[in-house]
Design a protein around this ligand. Structure first.
Ligand code: ADE
Length: 423
């Protein structure tokens, strides 16, 4: 079995971490047990490009139990948990190519290593596998059944490829499942981003001005949690509807050029580039802490920041101090990479349980329907079927011991009719 990881001797610690995460992943466990009996992925090779964490390890275990052959690489150079990678190789026989802190060249050599496994299915978090297949490995696309995509940014990239008429394999947008983005993006990003900022800085949030750039699901979660920690939260937006929503949720909304003058913390979560740019660094408050929790490290213009500064040093792990020519200091966390995985451990297992239940059932759905989808339609980006989404919610509620009501036949009939209105 091929692999490239930091150190196989880290496996013992990694295995305990995987077991700890498993406690909070009952839905995935149920699916894994069912997979073990039915083997719906038998003979299928899945190449996955995901954050190599304890939660991802539990997904790999479920897929393996389903009969899949696996190759896994990291979806971000800074997010790999090296001990987990070691345990996946040693204890679970998964081919892993990921080392925390790998440079860009190694990152892409790892992307290519998992594609060398000749996948039937890709599992992406950010669309780097599908992008590499379409750019440099087109001949492989003929064999592909399809792929799944974990995150908002990846879905946006893939929809752009589809819109240009160039998408050559069907994709299931796991991110668009309700049991994914309602929970992972909101409660996962909300908690883990604060966790990352706090672990990196050990700063008090109470009473400080915390600016959140972007009021999508991730931004909403982060704003809600920062408010809960006692910060005065300011939102920046480009979308009028989201800005209005932020305003009516009780947050102050400002243009970034105004917000940077008073911000103690700024976290970008937009999915767009140069959200913090030279014009902002020039007027940013002295001592401001900036971080990114969007998928790619493009949201903070770090080259621009370096150009404006006369000195730069690493002050703590994941904290870089930039000294501006006028003496102001700006502290950038985690090299502008997603801070929740760079300096913390990503989303807690309890939300990844549902995200990865969607991945596992999405892979099975692709195996059953991928070829048909590709034949009947042009390859497209599909949403997870609502029945899968609802089943995951039912399983999660059951694991939490929460019961809900069911419609009476009278209510069902009422909802299906148009005749009954005002009494
Ligand atoms: N994305 C965000 N948090 C994650 C985690 N804990 N594992 C895998 N992917 C993630």
């Amino acid at each position: 079995m091929k692999y490239e990881i930091k150190d196989i001797k880290l496996a013992e610690k990694g295995k305990k971490r995987i077991e700890w995460a498993a406690i909070d992943m009952p839905v995935l466990k149920t699916i894994g047990a069912d997979f073990k009996k039915r083997k719906p992925l038998k003979g299928i090779t899945i190449s996955a490009c995901l954050h190599v964490t304890a939660e991802t390890a539990n997904l790999m275990i479920a897929l393996k139990d389903g009969g899949a052959n696996l190759a896994l690489c990291a979806s971000n150079p800074l997010s790999t948990q090296d001990d987990v990678a070691a345990s996946l190789v040693k204890d679970y026989g998964v081919s892993v190519f990921a080392i925390k802190g790998e440079n860009s060249k190694t990152y892409f050599s790892h992307i290519n290593a998992v594609l060398d496994a000749k996948p039937d299915i890709t599992m992406d978090d950010g669309a780097d596998l599908v992008s590499e297949l379409h750019k440099n490995r087109e001949s492989q696309l003929l064999k592909m059944i399809g792929g799944t995509e974990e995150t908002t940014t990846g879905v946006i990239r893939l929809k752009a490829l589809w819109k240009e008429g160039k998408l050559k394999m069907p994709i299931l947008a796991v991110n668009d499942a309700m049991t994914k983005h309602f929970f992972d993006n909101r409660y996962g990003t909300g908690q883990s981003t604060l966790d990352g900022i706090i672990r990196a800085t050990n700063k008090l949030l109470a009473g400080r001005v915390f600016v959140v750039a972007g009021y999508g699901y991730c931004g909403k979660g982060l704003s809600m949690r920062a408010k809960g920690m006692g910060s005065r939260v300011i939102i920046t937006e480009i979308d009028p509807v989201k800005a209005l929503e932020a305003n009516m949720d009780g947050f102050e909304v400002l243009p970034m050029k105004e917000a940077v003058k008073i911000a103690d913390f700024i976290s970008t979560v937009t999915g767009n580039m140069n959200v913090l740019d030279i014009e902002h660094f020039k007027i940013m408050k002295d001592g401001c802490i900036i971080a990114n929790s969007g998928h790619f490290d493009v949201e903070i213009n770090l080259k621009g920041l370096a150009k404006l500064s006369k000195a730069k040093r690493t002050l703590r792990d994941f904290v870089e101090e930039y000294v501006m020519k006028d003496g102001r200091k700006i502290y950038c966390l985690g090299e502008g990479r997603l801070i929740n995985l760079a300096s913390a451990e990503g989303h807690p297992a309890s939300v990844m349980d549902m995200s990865f239940a969607n991945q596992a059932l999405g892979a099975e759905y692709m195996v059953k329907n991928g070829k048909k989808l590709a034949k009947e339609h042009q390859p497209a980006v599909y949403t997870i079927p609502e029945e899968i989404d609802k089943e995951i919610a039912r399983l999660k509620l059951k694991s939490l011991g929460v019961s809900i009501d069911t419609l009476t036949s009278e209510q069902k009939k009422y909802l299906e009719s148009w005749e009954e209105g005002t009494l």
